[in-house]
Design a protein around this ligand. Sequence first.
Ligand SMILES: Nc1ncnc2c1ncn2[C@@H]1O[C@H](COP(=O)(O)OP(=O)(O)OP(=O)(O)O)[C@@H](O)[C@H]1O
Length: 269
Amino acid sequence: MTSVTIENMDLTIDEKDILKDINLELMSGKITTIIGPNGCGKSTLLKAVSNIIRASDGSVYINDLDIRQMKSKDLAKKISILSQKNRLQYDLKVHDLVGFSRYPYLKRFRGLSPEDHKMIDWALTETGADEFRDRMMSELSGGQAQRVWISLLLAQGADVLLLDEPTTYLDIHHQLETLNIIRKLNQKAHQTVVMVLHDINQALKYSDEIVVMNKGRVIKTGTPAEVLTNETLNEVFNINGKITTDPVTGKPVLTDYELFCRTVDGRES
Ligand SMILES: Nc1ncnc2c1ncn2[C@@H]1O[C@H](COP(=O)(O)OP(=O)(O)OP(=O)(O)O)[C@@H](O)[C@H]1O
C-alpha cells in the first residue's frame, strides 16, 4: 500500500495564495474525500499532489519519495488522476483511449505488451465499459464515457487514485454506480483513493476519512462522524442541518439542510 504525505504546502498563482500551509497524511488503502466550497482549492490540491501544478513551497512524499525527485513516468506508475473536465481533442475508440494509460510502461520503439492488454481488459471489465470497447468516445453517453475515463485511471496501474468530482454530469443512478465501482476497487485492490465530491451525504457514505477545506486551507480532517458537525457546516458552507446516524452503515447523514446566514449584527436570517 502507498501512503501520501503533504508537508507545509503553499501554492501561489499570480501572487494570490491558492493553497496555504497544507499538512496532510492521506490514509493508505482508504478512501479520503475532500469537501469545501467552490474555489477553495480542492482541484488545485489534487493537481499539486500529482505534480501537474508545482507547489510554491513544501513537499509531497509517496512512501518517503519526494515527487519532485521522481521521473514523470515513475510518478505516473504511482499516482493517476481523473480531472474534473475530460475532453478529447480528437475522437478515439474506447479501447485505444484506455491504451494511453499504459504509456509509462512502454519500452522504446515497442507497442503495447500482453501485460498492457491484460490491464486494459481488466480495467474495462471492472467498470462495465467492456461492452462498448470498440465504439467511438463521441458515441457514448455521459455516464458511459465516465466509466471509460475511470477505466483509463485504473489501467494505469497506480496505487494512488485521485478523482476530481467523478460524479459530475451523471444522473443519480450513475453517480451511485460510479461511487460503488470506486469503493469495490478500493476494497479489492486496496488503492489509496482521494476524491473531491460536492454531495456531502455521498462523501459521508463512501469515505473513511474526510478533509474539509476553506479558503485554501485544510480546516478539519477526521472520520465522517468526527467531521460532520453543524459548527463545520456553518463555518464552511453557511448551512445548517439535521445530523443523524444511518442505522445500517453507522455513518452520519445530513438532512433538512437550509441556508444559514448571519446578518452583520449577528442575527440569523
Ligand atoms: N491556472 C489558474 N490561474 C489562476 N487562478 C487559478 C488557476 N487555477 C485555479 N485558480 C484559482 O484558484 C482557486 C482555487 O481553484 P480550484 O479549482 O482549486 O477550486 P475548487 O475548490 O476545486 O473549486 P470548485 O469546487 O469550484 O471546482 C480559485 O480562486 C481559482 O480561480
